[in-house]
Design a protein. Structure first.
Length: 223
């Protein structure tokens, strides 16, 4: 089974966590795109969605699914999103698609985080995938030095030769060389650094469930 087929499989499986008549939180990325395609098939059964990125908003609207602003919704029963890495406790690294801040905001509004991913994303310890950190541009060099002091190497993410600009108007550092053995402590520490908007460790907003696409089908992990 191809990676694309695995993504479609978990995207379809995630529909079982969508409550009819409610608004669903929707993340960002290639796996979530498959979920949005599946969600379009039951769009008449839901009220709409809160989206974590401009890209997902555009795809949802193209599918005929109403999109609500996060600030217009008090709470969500479920948030469905992918991950760049997820460990066996449900802690994740996210932000490969540059939407980590909005993803964390919508996740914080939600009672349950359902992660959809293929089996290559399941790891023993976080850190092999470059850790995305959204920063205010003037702080980037200093934040990079703070990561160097922790043994990491931070590189400014570029797009077309220029610093990538997020939906929030900020920049992203991608940090390699880390082994994150205490995700909760690490997230809390880095979030305190001046200039950091969001670190891509999702420990305080961890997954409740992970639907993992495998060659044998969808495996459900509960945390």
């Amino acid at each position: 089974m191809t990676q694309d087929e695995l993504k479609a499989l978990v995207g379809q499986a995630a529909l079982q966590y969508v409550t009819p008549g409610e608004i669903v939180g929707v993340g960002t990325g290639s796996t979530v795109n498959k979920f949005i395609d599946a969600l379009a098939g039951i769009k008449d059964q839901i009220k709409g969605a809160v989206s974590s990125s401009e890209a997902s908003t555009a795809r949802l609207k193209a599918a005929g699914i109403p999109v609500f602003e996060a600030e217009a919704v008090d709470a969500l029963s479920v948030y469905i999103d992918g991950a760049d890495e997820i460990d066996h406790q449900g802690y994740m690294i996210k932000g490969g698609g540059a939407a980590l801040t909005r993803e964390k905001i919508v996740a914080a509004q939600s009672s349950r985080f359902v992660c959809i991913a293929d089996e290559s994303k399941l790891v023993k310890a976080l850190g092999a995938f470059p850790l995305p950190v959204e920063v205010i541009p003037m702080s980037a060099a200093r934040v990079a030095r703070q990561f160097e002091a922790k043994g990491g190497k931070a590189v400014l993410r570029l797009k077309d030769g220029q610093p990538l600009v997020t939906d929030n108007g900020q920049h992203i550092l991608d940090v390699t060389g880390l082994s994150i053995t205490d995700p909760l402590g690490f997230e809390s520490e880095v979030n305190q650094w001046p200039g950091v908007v969001t670190v891509g460790v999702f420990a305080h907003q961890k997954a409740s469930v992970c639907l993992l696409g495998t060659s044998e089908g969808v495996k459900t992990l509960s945390f």
